[in-house]
Structures are given as structure tokens and as C-alpha cells.
Design a protein around this ligand. Sequence first.
Ligand code: NAD
Length: 452
Amino acid sequence: MDLIEKINSRQANIGIIGLGYVGLPLCIAFGQTGFRVTGIDLHQEKVDILNKGYSYITDVKDEDIQFIVDNSHFKATTEFSSISFLDAICICVPTPLNKNLDPDLSAIEYVVGKLKKYLRPGTLVVLESTTYPGTTEERIEKALALTNLHAGIDYHLCYSPERVDPGNKKYTILNTPKVIGGVTNNCLELGETLYGTIVNQTFPVSTPKVAEVSKLLENTFRSINIAFINEMALMCDSLGVNIWEVIKAASTKPFGFMPFYPGPGIGGHCIPLDPMYLTWRAKEENFFSRFIELSQDINRNMPNYVVGKISELLNAQKKCINGGKILLLGMAYKPDVNDHRESPSLNVYALLKEKGAVITVNDPFCDHILDANDQQINIQSELNYEELCHYDLVVLLTAHSTYDFKRIAESGVPILDTRNAFNGLKTSHVTCIGDIIKETGPIMSETVLAGG
Ligand SMILES: NC(=O)c1ccc[n+]([C@@H]2O[C@H](COP(=O)([O-])OP(=O)(O)OC[C@H]3O[C@@H](n4cnc5c(N)ncnc54)[C@H](O)[C@@H]3O)[C@@H](O)[C@H]2O)c1
């Protein structure tokens, strides 16, 4: 039976390497479709949790893991030797930046080392990790060719970027088109056949490199637009105009405008990192992207702007950051997930700590976070609404849906809202980023009042 038949009859053994935010939903998608899936990860602890039918990611439900485990459609392991039993392998390992902000492909290199050892003839290998253009060709195809494994002949190779958006209820793996580039036409056909079993639409492109750049374009587009709107927020701040009202008005245009929203900065494993992968590779060709550099600069500076706002708000109460009792709400980089990687909340926390603030941190989703010095941050998961009045300032950094914004506002505590989450609540104690702060007296936010 050839691989296409094996895939179509669900007899192909699928392997997912890297069982995180990307790999785990993929295991579920293939497992629920009827494939036997082997999940491979370095971490024994994660493997043990998953084999017991539990998830360690908020966005991935226990019952979904339980279902595929109970039906013998999923088994997790740390044994890379199981690669030799697989017909198709999706690589979903992390692609972070190193200390110099250069791409760190060590996880991909590690996996390639294991493929050299265990890959069996005819297997389909798909790289899903986000990476710089040319990785599939230069770091996988060429590396395996050194051990006489030739893509398109001895095995099949594709690149297909993952577009999963943790926490997104509307767009899932199923209804998000999957871009795929194969090293040969046959590789591409196999890739499309595989993903055609779990997505409504595949979108073939001519080469893996096109697929690699398409992913970086998507996330760089977001990063640049967020930077632009962040800069507009700073500009509106100095103009005395409410940025949120401006965005709302501009969004009524039915064509040619797409709203982006300001915030305390960007976070997660994608938006802050992916443009750096692109610009790093472009620099090798002596091409310097001013757009990317500028957007990184603006986005990375947003936590400083937030801390400046905090200082102004405390000053308006004749208080200061040093010794100021500040409650930070939300450490995750976006609402309703426990992912705090690159979260701007961490930068705000570090800057405030450096300045001597007495910080309390709340996040209902994140419980284990280390600060820049690898010290555990003490995080409360339950918000005590009765005690809010004891703080000098509450700073909303991530608008988790579990927060009762009305109750927080009713406490009367001064609030800095970096997400416009208190919009519509008529209170004089809420200042949104982009709002003017009165020099003296009670903190007023006329723009929020008017918008509410
Ligand atoms: N998180 C997202 O929303 C998202 C979306 C699209 C694309 N991506 C990309 O997908 C890739 C994976 O991201 P993620 O968010 O799933 O990361 P993650 O950190 O959540 O998961 C990665 C998993 O890989 C494991 N791992 C690390 N090194 C390994 C190795 N050498 N061999 C086997 N397992 C290893 C880790 O233990 C972890 O469980 C990255 O390239 C990322 O840029 C992420």
C-alpha cells in the first residue's frame, strides 16, 4: 500500500514531534480523524501527563486528550526511536531567539539528528515550526542528504506553517486554510493528502521557501500594524484624543481599513519573534528592513510607556512608584490562555520592581512564572474584589474574560486600563492608555466617560 492509500484509509502512523501549543492540537486533530498518533517530546513530565489523558495547556481540553488516549489513537513518548515506525512526521518544536536575538534552531537540529538515525524510507516529513526562509532546504534537506537520504527519493519533505491561534473559538485547525510547499510535486501531493484529512482547505505553493515567507509575512504584518497603532496611541495621547474612539470611528469604513488595537506591547511565541527571523535572514543578503526594525523598537518600548503612565497616575495622587502599592492584572500575553512567553506584562513587572513598587500580581490562568532573575513570581489566582481599595493603582494588562470589570471599577480604586476593557463603564477612576491625565485632583478620564 502506498502512502496516499495509507493516509486515505487512516492506516498511516502519524508522529508529532514537540507537544506544545502547536503540536498538541495537531495530535488531537489527527487522533480524532482516526489515525494512530505518536507524540514525541523531550519532557518526560509532559509525556506522563498526556498519557494519563490530561492536558497541561489551558486551550487544550482534558476530554480531547482523554478521548484519543482511550481510543488508542494517541501515545506520547520521549523515545525518538519510534520515528522508525512512522509514516508521516510533523515537526512542531520551538524556534526561539538566542540572547543576541538571533534565530535559535537547536531544537530543529536535534530532531534532524534523530531523523538521520531513525527515518525509514518513504516517510513524509513536514516542518511546521516558524522559521527563516530556506530552513527546510538548508537545515533539513541538505543535512539529511549528507547521510544519503534524498528528499523526493528516499523520503518526502514539505514545509507547512502552523497558524493555530490559541484561545480563538472561531478559527480552529479545521477551518483555517493550510499553506504547504513541497520539495517536489510528489512531496506536495503527499502533504496535501495528509493535511486534507484534518483541514477544510489546503493551499499549495511552489516551494517550501514561499510557505516559510508566507508565515513570516502574516506575523510581520501584525507586528508592524500593532506598532503603528501603538505609535498612534502615543500620538493621540499628546493630541488629547482618545485612540479607542478614533479606531471605532475609522472601523466604520467598510473597505480599506482593518482595526488593530494598542496595548502594553506584544507577546507570545510568534509576533515578537517571527519578524526577527525574517530580518535576520534578510541581513545575510545585505537587506535591511526599516519597517521591521522600527516596529520592534516601538513595540518593545510600550512597557516603558505604560510605566510612564503609572508614574503620572500616582503623581496625580501625590504618590510615586517607589513604595506604591500596585496590583497588576494579567500576566499571560493574551486573554484566557496560560501562555506568558514574551508577555509585555513581565516587562512592566520588571520595570516597576526595579523602581521599588510594592507589586501584587494576579492571573487566573498562569501560576508558575519566573522573573528576569529566575525568581518565582508570586501570583494570586483569585481576585479579592473587597481588597481592591487598598491599592494605590490597579493596572489591567491582560483582559481575561474571568475578570469582573464592573466590580473592579466600582471599587473606586484608580485604574490604568491598557486594553480598553473598562470601556462603557462610567467611572472617573479609569484611565486608558491614550487618555489625558489631569495634573492634580481626582483622576479623570473624560474621554472614557464620553465614550461610555
Ligand atoms: N504558539 C503559537 O500560537 C504558534 C502558532 C503558530 C506557530 N507557532 C510555531 O510553532 C512552533 C512551536 O511553538 P509552540 O508554541 O507549540 O511551542 P511550545 O514551547 O508550546 O511547544 C514545543 C514543545 O516542543 C518540545 N521540545 C523542545 N525541544 C524539543 C526537541 N528537540 N525535540 C522534541 N520536542 C522538543 C517542548 O518540550 C514543548 O513541549 C514554533 O516554531 C512557533 O513559532 C506557534
